[in-house]
Design a protein around this ligand. Structure first.
Ligand SMILES: CC(C)(COP(=O)(O)OP(=O)(O)OC[C@H]1O[C@@H](n2cnc3c(N)ncnc32)[C@H](O)[C@@H]1OP(=O)(O)O)[C@@H](O)C(=O)NCCC(=O)NCCS
Length: 191
């Protein structure tokens, strides 16, 4: 497997990127299911000067891709991260995330963040009324047997930093995750 800059991909790969986006997120009702929606998303990202991405190639075949939007001076939003269903759980998502984190660090980014929806029951937050104190539900949040990308991101050091209740419909939240990329330097005071 080889990780390459998304911007250097042959445009013919863009159709594969759209297919992977659609297939990997098919379990979400907020997925790119409408005709042409995934293709439009790929085109939108490629035309966005604030977006950068990496692709995972198995031979000549696209197996997954990751991107980030430069939203803040020191914070990038990961969007999207998708691995083709028949290539998942083989380390490809981890390799893509590592490439993005390395690039972000090299550009002085301190925080990477993302929103990960649960509109299908992948976490213990699904179906619950998270108001009035949404943040109080964070500590006890776990993935269910359906599985959720939350498990993947936690494994890579991301923490839940917020919840957006009901944004995909009642009881269907978006889960906000973030990771500190650069530890602060510790200063020692002289005795
Ligand atoms: C989440 C995703 C990007 C991870 O990529 P991947 O290549 O499958 O992940 P890796 O092989 O690098 O890492 C695997 C580990 O991540 C975790 N993991 C990955 N997918 C998981 C899932 N669906 N449910 C639970 N844990 C998962 C597990 O800890 C797993 O380790 P294990 O196989 O030993 O149990 C990929 O599964 C995917 O595209 N999922 C669908 C789209 C999606 O949810 N994207 C994120 C939107 S925010």
């Amino acid at each position: 497997m080889e990780i390459v800059d998304f911007g250097g991909l042959d445009p013919a790969c863009h159709a594969d990127a759209a297919r992977i986006l659609r297939d990997a997120l098919a379990h979400l009702s907020s997925a790119y299911n409408a005709p042409g929606e995934a293709e439009a998303e790929v085109a939108l990202r490629c035309a966005d000067g604030d977006w950068l991405g990496f692709a995972a190639l198995e031979g000549e075949q696209l197996a997954g891709w990751i991107g980030a939007i430069r939203i803040y001076s020191h914070g990038w939003e990961i969007h999207p991260l998708v691995v083709a269903p028949d290539n998942q759980r083989r380390g490809i998502g981890s390799a893509l995330l590592a490439a993005l984190e390395a690039r972000a660090r090299s550009e002085g980014v301190l925080t990477l963040f993302l929103g990960s929806d649960d509109d299908y029951g992948g976490t213990t937050l699904f179906g619950r009324d998270l108001w009035p104190d949404a943040v109080s539900h964070v500590a006890a949040t776990e993935a269910t047997a359906h599985g959720h990308a939350l498990t993947f991101y936690r494994r890579h050091g991301y923490k839940i930093v917020g919840l957006l209740p009901d944004v995909n419909g009642a009881g269907r939240p978006d889960i906000l995750l973030a990771k500190r990329l650069v530890e602060p330097t510790t200063s020692r005071s002289s005795p």
